[in-house]
Ligand binder design. Sequence first.
Ligand code: TYD
Length: 209
Amino acid sequence: MTQPHGFFITLEGIDGAGKSTQARALGAWAESEGREVVLTREPGGSAGAEEIRRLLVEGAPDRWSGETETLLFTAARRDHLERVITPALAAGKVVISDRFADSTRVYQGAARGELRGFVDALHSLAIGREPDLTLILDMDPEVALARGLARASGEDRFEEEGLAFQQKLRAGFLALAEANPARCRLIDAGRPAEAITADVITAVREHMR
Ligand code: TYD
């Protein structure tokens, strides 16, 4: 039996858009189709990257400069890619990551001053890989923010920055979807979870052959 090709899917969107619920549902579906699945997340996803995650999600919002923050996210991503994503894809698995490089483009690049050039240069130098398919879960930030803060996880450094920030992020993700139509699919996430999952699976079916 020939080994299936690895397939790399990322879920993106503003805080509280329901990405992790959809990642789990998608993983269960892919397994039911007979695929081996690696469910992972950023920042984090490997032992080293999870350590870096703590530096990023805890503490005051102004703890790092935009540049330093971008370097930390990229260092975490490089470790995640080397230790988890690349080996799993080489073994023919479906990798589903809750966030990846588009989050850095939007959070650090678009929302925090004019860092996009820095973000893009660092990405090509240190990462140099795009997902096969990116599902952007789009929803009203007011609803998403209410959900996100309600979780009170102690990891609220980004979520504390408020509605205007989330609105900027939403616009950033919409712009990315428009600029990368071959790789990105926009999903309306302001609906019941089952309806979102149905769209997520349809998009993956169309791309994963
Ligand atoms: P995450 O754990 O996905 O939070 P949530 O489940 O609330 O969406 O990510 C933590 C925070 O880190 C989130 O606010 C988004 C932010 N982030 C960046 O700013 N840049 C990045 O490159 C990544 C991966 C995440």
